[in-house]
Design a protein around this ligand. Structure first.
Ligand code: BES
Ligand code: ZN
Length: 459
């Protein structure tokens, strides 16, 4: 093991330089003009995986390609434990560009962090696992298990192709667990095992009013303003105690156990620090729950985008023809996405006034995910985290979603170990995204230890 750790230490500068190469690809899955960049990024990864000693190939899909890379299998051996390492090389759109201090796809190192879109979400995080396996392969240290890396290019847009790929490669991908670093840790001294993720439903609602934009002086007052109607419709969905008022919304929500509330209370980022980090005038959340619980273990209804009328410079006196909102709800165990979707839509239909026409477009959906925080897989992960970061790890729930983990369970029967390396101030999905180089190095050590801890006594 020491030889692996030494290798990692001695090769850190090169690992950072390679990560910067990977960060140069503008692999924005949501924007069709970047399709060639996703392909180029996937090709770079295949080449890199081969260079470090993996057997790698590019798997074309109906969308963006999947990179599949395996540790060389020794022939005629007994069946060895097999783990999948999952990551995504696609990134969120970098806009608004003017808020970046330096261009999003020109990685810049400042202090102990690398700044670039995709640095923490998710290129830096999965690259740590590749560097760990490189250390085993390049030092000739036997791995106690087989590993398959699955790196997809559509996580930020719903993982459609991977979902299909899992079904068609069920046998090849059958594994004992999936290891994922695509979540967070509260601080460098707080390595963390995430044992739950929130689920999600997405939809768009449009209220249609007059058939065209109207002069607001000539007609305003006698016709419904769709933007006003939408504001009223949405405002009533949450009360001033932070509870969602939609009948049936909380059906199935599993109450928090005493163990879970105790774990949440150990989360080190407290309300005052959170307020400062977010730059919000005050925090707001559901009464009766701490901020940590509110943002990881309670369901929400959020407006992600709100559009209507004239958005250009100066004023334009109109009654707009329509108003639209992009909405997502985060879900927790054991809410059913379909049931919540039905409850929300029925409610909106019921309260929509007859002066506008309601159009609803359904988007993606996924249930929440939960894995035992005390089982043998979790115990092995906690030991690896502790050794790698030299601090006692915490157990946490995360508010974000990785919908594909449900498919790993359903299709492959495998649990996911969520070993996040992102810090709360990493700015995932925001301008000036970064990744801490100590998280990168710690993540490499964690990955190296993990294969041993999952398989004590094997090599
Ligand atoms: N890496 C995130 C998920 C995440 C981040 C989980 C932080 C927990 C903590 C992932 O790339 C992501 O952004 N997922 C989307 C999923 C959505 C598009 C279905 C999300 O959570 O919004
Ligand atoms: Zn993301």
């Amino acid at each position: 093991m020491q030889v692996v750790l030494n290798y990692l230490k001695q090769n850190q500068a090169r690992a950072v330089a390679e990560l910067c190469e990977l960060l140069r690809f503008p692999s924005v899955s949501a924007q069709p003009q970047h399709k060639p960049d996703l392909r180029a990024c996937a090709q770079w990864l295949v080449k890199h995986c081969r260079q470090i000693g993996l057997e790698a190939k590019l798997c074309p899909t109906a969308g963006h390609p999947i990179v599949l890379a395996k540790t060389p299998r020794s022939k005629g051996q007994r069946r060895r434990p097999h783990y999948m390492v999952y990551g995504h090389y696609d990134v969120q759109p970098p806009e608004p560009l003017d808020l970046w201090h330096t261009p999003p796809f020109e990685p810049r190192i400042e202090g102990r962090s690398v700044y670039a879109r995709g640095s923490t979400d998710n290129k830096g995080q999965f690259f740590a696992h590749l560097k760990a396996v490189e250390a085993y392969l390049q030092t000739g240290t036997p791995l106690p298990c087989d590993l398959t890396f699955v790196l997809e290019g559509e996580e930020e847009v719903g993982s459609k192709s991977l979902s299909h790929f899992l079904k068609t490669h069920r046998r090849e991908l059958a594994c004992d667990a999936v290891v994922i670093s695509d979540t967070g840790m509260p601080g460098l001294k707080y390595p963390a095992l995430t044992y739950a993720l929130r689920g999600i439903i997405a939809f768009e609602i449009t209220l249609h009013g007059p058939e065209r934009d109207l002069h607001s002086g000539v007609f305003g007052g006698a016709v419904e303003n769709p933007a006003m109607a939408l504001a009223r419709l949405l405002a009533g969905v949450r009360d001033d105690r932070g509870r969602i008022t939609i009948p049936g919304f909380y059906d199935g929500v599993a109450p928090l156990s005493r163990f879970e509330r105790a774990q949440a209370a150990r989360y080190p980022l407290k309300e005052a620090q959170l307020k400062k980090l977010l730059g919000a005038p005050e925090l707001f959340g559901e009464r009766g729950f701490t901020a940590t619980e509110q943002r990881s273990a309670r369901p929400t209804f959020e407006i992600n985008g709100l559009t209507s009328g004239y958005q250009g410079e100066g004023s334009k006196t109109i009654v707009p023809a329509w108003a639209r909102a992009k909405i997502t709800c985060r879900l927790v165990p054991d809410q059913s996405p379909e049931q919540v979707r039905r409850a929300v839509l029925a409610h909106l239909k019921k309260i929509c006034p007859p002066t506008v026409r309601l159009e609803i477009e359904a988007g993606h959906g996924a249930e929440a995910y939960q894995v035992s925080p005390t089982g043998p897989l979790a115990q092995a992960s906690l030991r690896a985290l502790k050794k790698a970061f030299g601090a006692e790890p915490i157990l946490m729930r995360e508010g974000g979603s990785i919908p594909i983990v449900n498919q790993f369970k359903k299709i492959l029967g495998a649990d996911s170990l969520l070993l996040g390396l992102g810090l709360p101030d990493d700015n995932a999905h925001s301008p000036n995204e970064k990744f801490h180089l100590d998280c990168f190095a710690g993540g490499q050590r964690m990955s190296a230890y993990l294969w041993q801890e999952l398989n004590p006594g094997l090599d």
